[in-house]
Design a protein around this ligand. Structure first.
Ligand SMILES: C[S@@+](CC[C@H](N)C(=O)[O-])C[C@H]1O[C@@H](n2cnc3c(N)ncnc32)[C@H](O)[C@@H]1O
Length: 273
């Protein structure tokens, strides 16, 4: 059963506390924003996560989606940190045991339909009828990896779906490029923004619906254009370049997003919960 909007927002603080008890890099501000994306469906469809690690964002998505009366969220990760950009497993060969234990402790194990494999494998056999209303991309952060993840699952987006990528404002570079080139410069994406290092945008089946958002998207794109040269090839940033990186990053709006402001910015499909 879905909670009224104020009840959903009130529940975010408890989700944030649980999520912060799980190893991961999502910040409190990002957790609250991810709660918002999951708890307020913009259209009918599933929540799909690429890249679960120890289950921090998985837990947020599962708990927040349930506030809207939604069933299990889908998550995919081989849990072996296969990409060069992945966090370390601290000597373990797999994060599976920790992931399961964390989901169990958070009380969301039954709310996650988990696939222990690469995103490409899941996408290859996904039935066309399973539409996605929130695509959360937090897997391989190389430019090729993040681009491929969007391409694998874009055909399954429902009209009005949100696509969100983590680590857009990070030195890995891939998510920044995909956010800038494939969301902001795409005629198919409308409202867009950042909260912390989460870059998001809403996809419309009819690109005409995106036209009113072009100027705002281009403004954001220009800010990212100054940032991308510092992160385009990944790796550490030192010396004067670090100063330039920080200045370029500071000029990109990425502060806290209020639930009211976000809900006024996106469009809700009549069938959304
Ligand atoms: C940055 S971590 C995810 C963090 C997680 N979302 C959280 O909240 O803590 C990246 C994860 O992506 C996974 N990954 C890397 N390549 C992948 C791929 N091709 N398909 C699915 N997952 C992948 C890694 O195993 C790793 O656990």
């Amino acid at each position: 059963m879905s909670l009224p909007p104020a009840g959903r927002i009130d529940a975010f603080a408890a989700i944030e506390r649980t999520a912060l008890s799980i190893e991961g890099q999502l910040t409190p501000k990002e957790i609250r924003f991810l709660c918002l994306l999951a708890a307020f469906p913009t259209c009918a469809g599933e929540v799909l996560e690429i890249g679960s690690f120890k289950g921090r964002s998985t837990t947020v998505l599962a708990k927040a989606a349930s506030l809207a009366g939604q069933g299990a969220v889908v998550a995919v990760d081989p849990l072996t940190s296969p990409a060069a950009t992945d966090p370390s497993l601290g000597g373990q060969s797999s994060g599976w045991a920790d992931f399961q234990a964390n989901l169990e402790r958070a009380g969301v194990r039954a709310r996650v339909e988990f696939y222990r494999e690469r995103s490409s494998a899941l996408a290859a056999r996904r039935p066309a009828a399973r539409r996605i209303r929130l695509l959360w991309i937090d897997g391989d952060h190389t430019a090729a990896g993040a681009k491929a993840d969007l391409a694998f699952f874009a055909p399954f987006l429902a009209d009005g779906a949100i696509v969100a990528l983590h680590d857009v404002l990070h030195n890995d570079g891939g998510p920044a490029r995909v956010f800038a080139e494939d969301l902001l410069l795409s005629p198919g994406f409308g409202p867009a923004g950042l909260c912390g290092s989460i870059g998001w945008s809403q996809w419309f089946a009819d690109p005409a619906g995106c036209v009113p958002y072009r100027r705002a998207k281009l403004r954001l794109y220009r800010r990212l254009q100054r940032f991308i040269p510092y992160v385009a090839f990944g790796g550490d940033i030192d010396g004067w370049a670090k100063l330039g990186y920080k200045l370029a990053r500071a000029r990109i709006p990425h502060g806290e997003v209020s639930p009211a402001a976000w809900r006024a910015k996106v469009r809700f499909h009549p069938l959304a919960a």
